[in-house]
Design a protein around this ligand. Sequence first.
Ligand SMILES: *[C@@H]1O[C@H](CO)[C@@H](O)[C@H](O)[C@H]1NC(C)=O
Length: 391
Amino acid sequence: MKSTQLWIFFSLFRIAILQSNTDVQSLLTQLFTTNSYNTLIRPSTNQSAPKEIDISFNLYGITDVDEIEQKLTTTGWLVITWKDDLLTWTPASYNGLNKLYLPQDNVWKPDVSLQNGFSELEELGSKFIQVYVQSSGYIMWRPFQVFETKCNLDSKYFPFDEHKCHIIFVSWSHSSEEIVLTQTSNGIELSDELESHGEWRITSSSATSEFKSLVSSVKFTIVIKRKPLYMIMNIILPIILLALLEIFTFKIPADTGERLGYTITVWLSFAVFLTIVSDSLPQSSESVPIVSTYIIIQLLMGTLVVLISTVEAGLITNPDSVPVYQILRFLALRLRRNNVKSTEYTERKIDSEIPEVKWKEAITAVDTCLFFISMGIFFITTVICLFIAAI
Ligand SMILES: *[C@@H]1O[C@H](CO)[C@@H](O)[C@H](O)[C@H]1NC(C)=O
């Protein structure tokens, strides 16, 4: 690409001063009137031999990655070059004139089109694009296009997902007996002015020529990786923090009125936050992102915390005449013994007493246990989900 541009630049300088408009005029007459160049003729002197067309792909930017429609939209241009045996001349006969620019419809051009395109087939380029023609018959055509291609996007590992997308070009009507597509570049050429995308980063690219049952195609492969920072800051971190807040409900004494208010408030902020966030998550039922599963787990835990708090608020108002449930009593005694041990009381002192447990003590014991259990579940699920998604 670079060398071609350089070449055009130099040839322009060397010759521009020497030729006149009549040279161009007589060359055009020679080519199109005398030789009666016909765009319908495949430009080979030997019509039995296939025409080789070289394609390279210059990427200007990624416009959109759509998980629902499984669509990748890229902007870029193709550099398609071939040799036209019927558009040759001797520069010496035209004062050294050795290049021309012609509208793309005035020369034969291959019917290259997107094989895995998203919308209907259409001609590449547009009328105003001109092809560059050299006296040797070398032709360069650079159609600029927005390419919409089908791509398998699996957002299971969102926001650490990586996708491999193909952009395949074929000569739609011709078999490989007439037209052979080749590529000499090693991958997609990333334009110097490549527009960086806020969410996606191009990690690698490659290009291969394929040849399958008389169909010759060129396949460009691009690997894109999501930049996870935005999603981590705006989705994952807030969810983790909210879940943490919900767990600390168990640290608030059950007989204070604020406790239910607190836990409901946290639960509500969870729900409000989820409605905001659901737009940012990849929307597909094909594969549920691990993040979604994580959110559901945290929401379930939050709901459970609210339910338990409600039940506890009811139980703690029981008068002491109502006997404490056996299991709560057992728990409370167990915890009391632990506490006593840690403050280095003698065991005998407890044994001599008749253990009596009041509702408040029992509920506090339950809260202590639940605090550690939910903390454990929170840590395990968080670590597992992050681990699976990131690796
Ligand atoms: C034309 O091309 C065919 C296929 O490549 C080849 O076999 C044949 O010899 C060529 N004919 C001439 C005249 O070059």
